[in-house]
Design a protein around this ligand. Structure first.
Ligand SMILES: [Zn+2]
Length: 132
């Protein structure tokens, strides 16, 4: 199986996700869950045992390629970006422009350095007005 992502950060995310599925029993748990809901809802299993086996084998042998020309992974809503203002302590959510957030943007915004220097809009504007 070949998986194509846009950058290194996305490759790391997908690698950790696939490890969760293959090495840490995630796929087994999903198969059990699939079996349970299929029984409860009296319908066919969404994926059969052979299909789980195929996916498990393929995921173990995955190749993750990077192609900088494809679109980055996006959070549609910017509510994933949060922080606590270092001056007034107010919690903020989202970004000023309200645009979608790439995974790279998210990692950057949630980094310790960014979080330690987080400013709400009011404090940010006050700081801009104050001459250094
Ligand atoms: Zn503030």
């Amino acid at each position: 199986m070949r998986i194509i992502v846009q950058n290194e950060r996305e490759r790391d995310l997908i690698k950790r996700f696939v490890d969760l599925l293959t090495k840490d029993g995630g796929l087994d748990a999903l198969e059990i869950h699939d079996d349970e809901i299929s029984t409860e809802q009296d319908c066919f299993t969404r994926l059969n045992t052979d299909e789980y086996r195929l996916l498990s084998e393929e995921l173990h042998n995955k190749i993750i390629n990077i192609d900088g020309n494809i679109e980055e992974m996006l959070f549609e809503d910017d509510d994933v970006i949060t922080g606590t203002c270092k001056i007034c302590g107010i919690q903020t959510c989202g970004r000023r422009n309200g645009e979608s957030v790439t995974y790279s943007d998210y990692l950057h915004s949630m980094s310790k350095e960014q979080q330690d220097n987080w400013l709400c809009l009011t404090c940010h504007e006050k700081q801009q007005e104050t001459p250094a």
